[in-house]
Each structure stands twice: as C-alpha cells, then as structure tokens.
Design a protein around this ligand. Structure first.
Ligand SMILES: Cc1ncc(COP(=O)(O)O)c(C=O)c1O
Length: 446
C-alpha cells in the first residue's frame, strides 16, 4: 500500500493548534457519561422545533413579495449554485445597521461558510508576504490561529489585560516588527466575552485600539461571535460601529444565534482598494473572488434557513438572539453561583483556585495552583466524571498551563450543579483546593 510521509505534507499537520478540537472530541467520546464543561455547544432547547422547511418558506415568500420573483424562480435560487458573495447580504447588512450601528451596504458583505471561512479568506487576502504578520491576543480562539497556520502566516501574540488587548504591548510589537523589516498587518480581536478567556473590552479601550490601528497602520479583525450575550443595557458598540477610518473588518457568525449546523457566517469588508488600472474595488469584492475558489458559494439552502429565521424576527439579529441570550446568561449565573457555593474556601483559609466572573459569553476561566494539563483532565474524566478544557492550547506563547476553561452553554441547570459538585470533589482530591492546610494558591483570575 502506498504511504505518504507526514514530513512531506504541509507543516501545519501535527501542530497542536490544529488538533485541539479533535483532542476534546476524543476525550468526550471516551467518557460519554462525564459532565462536560468543554464545548461551547448550543442548548438542546433550540434544537427542538427547529423548523427548517418553515424558515425556507419564509425566505421564499420574501423573494416573491420583495423581489417580485415567481415561487419557482425563488426555489431555483436555492437549488443551484449561487453568487459567491451570498444571497442574504441585504438582510445581514440591514440587521447589522439596525441592531449594531454598523453602517455598511450589502456589497460590503460576503456570506461565508461560518466565521471560520471568513477568517481564512480575510487572512489570505491581507497577509500577502512572509513579513505580513497577524497579531493575536494571548489567549486566542484556535480557529484563527489554525487558519494562520494553514496559510503560513506568522503570528505574534500580545498579552491580555483586564480590559482586553494590552495596547502598549501591541504598539511595542508593531514597532519591533517594523525594525525587523516586517509589519503587523492585522490584529484579531474578540472584544465581547472572548473565547476562551471571556474578557470584555470597554468602550474606552475600543476607542484606544482604533486610534492605535490608525497610528500604527494596521487593521482590526473583529470577531463578534458573543456580543449577543451582553446583559440588556450593557451592550458596547462593536469596533466596526466606532470605526470612522475603515480600519475594522468585522467577522460574524450565525452559529450561536441560529445553529452551528447552518454553517453560515459573514464578513463585512468595506475597505476601498485602489487597483493598478486606477479603478476602485471593495475588499469584499476580492474576498468573494477568493471564495469562488474555496467553497464557491455558501449553501443557498442554509442561507435561506438563516434568512428566514431573521425575517421571522423582523429582520433583527437582537430579536433573533434574545431567547438564546437570556438562556446563556442564566446558565452562566448558575455556573458562577455553583462555583461560589462549592469552591469558596472556609473563612480565613486561602483561595486555592480562582475564577473569572464574566457578565456574558459562554466561558469562565479558572486558575489552579497546578498544571491543568491532559493528564489532569484524564483524571478528572476517569475518576470524577467531569470534563473541562485546558487553556494552554489557546496560548500562542506557551503560557496558561495552570488555567482551564469552563463552558456551560448546553447544560441543564441540574447538570451544571452536579458538574460543579464533581469538579469541587476533583479539585479537593487532586489539587488540594479547599483543604484547611497545605493548600497551594492560584493567583487571582480576571
Ligand atoms: C470566537 C469564535 N468565533 C467564531 C466562532 C464560530 O465560527 P463558525 O461560524 O465557523 O462556526 C466560534 C465558535 O465557537 C467562536 O468561539
């Protein structure tokens, strides 16, 4: 049998960042009865009564009434290849304007196969040469680091502060890159309850980041995946809504506000490009061209499902996301409450483990006094029936070895309670948390 050698394939294979999702799936499949705080999966309640046919019909009706197509013509749009740019661009652009103050026309939107494809296409377009670097916040969503690895884009990491990216650190990195003859072309940033750390970037820090992008001549690739989970009244405008200079490319996904299985995302790229013949195009035009060589177009059927769902909520992303946002915040509150009850130390005793207290998003970050590595995870799964995600895989710099990520988006309240009870027993036994003496302590966690 003919065999291929791994060292003759792309060097990304074998990189742990590409294997991180597989690693978690593998351990979850070996311990099906464990309560897993690992995946940021949707809650099952949103899968019940998910009426694909009705959503598609809603979208078809809209084509008939708004675009004056016959029913047959509208249906054919679903069954054929479609424009690379997408079919629901206008709906997406309108919703982004109305709900988030992002003022970009449908021609600046490309509908992609998840936010993942949007990341890949954008990086591919922007990082043209070996000296074009991507900066990421440490820790960072593996999807972006994996895309960079596939495209041979070199990555530099910038620390995270209480208020998102360390802006002074980013400035230093930009200057250091220039002195080496390289440039930081873009920073990937997830300002709303980021995955994995759950951090939130304040309005002031968003404005400072935009100013820095202008001063240091870089783009901001903003991932808005978890913005919909902000508590009412605490929403902060996306970077793209604050962007007066065209510095922000906004990446979005319907994975959390509809369902991941739709595989529909989008990119808003309204940057003007001067072409060699003196013409002008949008970055979105170029992304649509490259998309035509990657996935050709995003499934029209899936776009119609998402479009129909949007239309059934008055074309509003906020209305579409409202029930999900409420349920995910409820779960987060239950998780934080259970952690307080099960893991707070006795009065006068040191805090052995610490954890973050995000107001939204899917993720709580916990810090242990010992490495939260694969061996410890195996013990948690086999001896205590509880799973979590080691954070070190999210760090570019190799830090985070004592941290783990807890996610509770898809769990029922009683499973959250039981899972935290198991976690507490595990931590007491294996880590020493909560013991009256000999307790090792972890530094505080944001
Ligand atoms: C930060 C972030 N961006 C985007 C996504 C979703 O990407 P996609 O639309 O490709 O499913 C996720 C999903 O986990 C995420 O955590």
């Amino acid at each position: 049998m003919f065999e291929l050698r791994q060292d003759e394939l792309h060097s990304a294979f074998g990189d742990p960042v590409l294997g991180s999702i597989g690693f978690l799936n593998e351990i979850m499949s070996r311990y099906p009865d464990a309560i897993s705080f690992a995946p940021g999966a949707p809650h099952l309640t949103f899968l019940d009564n998910f009426d694909v046919a009705r959503h598609i019909d809603t979208w078809i009706d809209h084509q008939v009434t708004q675009r004056k197509l016959s029913r047959e013509q509208a249906r054919r749009l679903l069954y054929e290849y479609g424009p690379s740019r997408g079919l629901i661009n206008e709906l997406v652009a309108d919703a982004l304007r109305r709900d988030h103050g992002i003022d970009a026309g449908p021609d600046a939107v490309v509908v992609t196969v998840g936010a993942q494809e949007a990341m890949l296409l954008t990086l591919h377009a922007l990082c043209a040469g070996p000296g074009d670097l991507l900066a990421v916040v440490d820790p960072c969503f593996v999807g972006m680091r994996g895309a960079a690895r596939l495209l041979n884009v070199n990555v530099v990491s910038v620390d995270e502060t209480e208020d998102g990216v360390d802006i002074d650190g980013l400035r230093t990195q930009c200057r250091a890159a220039r002195s080496r003859g390289e440039r930081i072309r873009a920073l990937y940033v997830s300002p709303d309850y980021s995955n994995p750390s759950g951090s939130l970037t304040s309005l002031g820090a968003r404005r400072r980041l935009l100013a820095l992008a202008d001063q240091e001549d870089l783009l901001l690739l903003e991932d808005g995946a978890y913005g919909f989970t902000a508590p009412p009244g605490e929403e902060i405008p996306p970077l793209k809504a604050l962007d007066t200079e065209g510095r922000v490319v906004h990446l979005g996904t319907f994975a959390k506000v509809c369902l991941p299985g739709t595989r529909v995302g989008y990119v808003v790229a309204d940057q003007l490009i001067r072409t060699s013949d003196g013409g002008r195009r949008l970055l979105a035009d170029e992304l649509a061209v490259s998309k035509s060589m990657v996935t050709v177009n995003t499934s029209p059927i899936c776009q119609a499902v998402v479009g129909g769902m949007l239309l059934e909520h008055g074309g509003s992303l906020k209305a579409l996301a409202q029930r999900k946002s409420e349920l995910y915040r409820r779960n987060l509150a239950l998780l934080l409450d259970a952690l307080d009850r099960h893991l707070s130390p006795e009065p006068g005793q040191p805090q052995a483990v610490s954890w973050s207290r995000p107001a939204g998003g899917f993720f709580v970050r916990m810090r242990l006094p010992v490495p939260a590595d694969a061996a410890l995870l195996e013990t948690a799964a086999s001896d205590h029936g509880v799973l979590w995600t080691p954070m070190s895989q999210f760090y570019e710099s190799g830090k985070g070895e004592n941290e783990l990520r807890l996610s509770c988006s898809y769990l029922e309240p009683d499973r959250i309670e039981e899972g935290v009870a198991r976690l507490a027993v595990f931590l007491r036994k294996e880590v020493g948390s909560g013991r009256p003496s000999g307790t090792r302590t972890a530094p505080p966690c944001r």
